[in-house]
Design a protein around this ligand. Structure first.
Ligand code: IPM
Ligand code: MN
Length: 357
């Protein structure tokens, strides 16, 4: 069986880490007798440079014609001063809404054996972290009404947080379905003590929770959640929250595992189609230096095989290979934590993973 994958390498370290992920996919394909066909598409800063817009319609067409999209990263200081509608970030937001990818799944995993990577105190990190953020991705303040006006205080600007019941229901169901295959525990995060949109979020989540009586359900205010992620992260299984809260808290969850260079993500909708990307950005400061950690991109490819192609054995093989490489001491410079450890280049780290496929 053959699968079509759209590759969006993007900017900064994006091309380097996507090349690594592709090498791992190709080896996996060989071992398991699969065929992956790739089609490259432009998005982000490189698209602005090439055709004057961050997300050409041709790129959206290519993505829609494929089974899944593998994306590196977009953005960089070079494009930071452009007007907001032609900034590289527009490409990411446009892809999410054009492709109907309303759910962003961001796992944060810290094996007990890798606890020294974590910036957390030993007794906390030793308990391990294995949680899944389910972030709403195509609604809320990111897509709400916004504008600049003038008032008594001079110039004023606003953005609107708005959620419909339908939007909350579908992200809620995603979270509960995922929890059924995990430790059956969902925490919904909001700011219901202040925000009307959070009160509707809570009311709707409770209704969905009632459909899944075997899943333990609880609610947490976002400020408390930010604290619990640092003092007691092992208590979380599935965490469901809005677009903005999820953006902020998922970076925090990634950081407590030790390096955001290790964390993949999946953006999915109703069907099997999805977009997979590392959660680290384009890291322009190290682009081209061979220092980028390819692990998150490689793990994103594994998520793609499992979620969009139902190739679970292949996905397991990649995840195990990453784990074995890490356990054997393979490290990129963002992960080196003892004087005795030597940092591998992007290529070196990729080779280490390939050797275990
Ligand atoms: C992310 C990024 C994006 C977001 C930016 C680049 C628009 O930070 O994927 O988390 O805020 O969603
Ligand atoms: Mn973010």
């Amino acid at each position: 069986m053959s699968f079509r994958i759209a590759l969006i390498k993007g900017d900064g370290i994006g091309p380097e880490v996507v090349d690594s992920a592709r090498a791992v996919l190709d080896k996996t394909a060989k071992v398991f007798g699969r065929t992956f066909d790739y089609e490259e598409a432009l998005a982000g800063g490189c698209a602005i440079d090439a055709v004057g817009e961050p997300l050409p319609s041709e790129s959206v067409r290519i993505c829609k014609s494929c089974d899944a999209v593998l994306l590196g990263a977009v953005g960089g200081t070079k494009w930071d001063n452009l007007p907001v509608n032609i900034r590289p970030e527009k490409a990411i937001l446009g892809l999410r809404s054009e492709l109907g990818l309303f759910a962003n799944l961001r796992p944060a995993l810290l094996h007990k054996a890798l606890a020294p990577f974590s910036p957390l105190r030993g007794d906390i990190a030793d308990k391990g972290i294995d949680l899944m953020f389910v972030r709403e991705l195509t609604g809320g303040i990111y897509f709400g009404e916004r504008g600049v006006t003038r008032g008594a205080g001079g110039k004023a600007a606003f953005d609107t947080e708005m959620y419909s019941e339908a939007e909350i229901e579908r992200i809620g169901r995603k979270a509960f379905e995922l929890a059924m295959g995990r430790r059956k525990d969902v925490v919904s995060i909001d700011k219901a003590n202040v925000l009307e949109s959070s009160r509707l979020w809570r009311e709707t989540m409770r209704r969905i929770a009632a459909e899944y009586p075997s899943v333990k359900y609880s609610e947490m205010l976002v400020d408390n959640a930010a604290m619990q992620l640092v003092i007691n992260p092992s208590r979380f299984d599935v965490v469901v929250t809005s677009n903005l809260f999820g953006d902020i808290l998922s970076d925090e969850a990634a950081a407590v595992t030790g390096s955001i260079g290790l964390i993949p993500s999946a953006s999915v909708g109703e069907g099997s189609f999805g977009l997979y990307e590392p959660i680290h950005g384009s890291a322009p400061d190290i682009a081209g230096s061979g220092k980028a950690n390819p692990t998150a991109a490689i793990l994103s490819a594994a998520m793609m095989l499992r979620c969009s192609m139902s190739l679970c054995e292949e996905a397991d093989r990649i995840e195990e290979a990453v784990e074995k490489a890490l356990m054997s001491g393979a490290r990129t410079s963002d992960m080196v934590c003892a004087d005795s450890e030597k940092a591998l280049s992007t290529k070196g780290m990729t080779e280490a993973v390939l050797s275990f496929i």
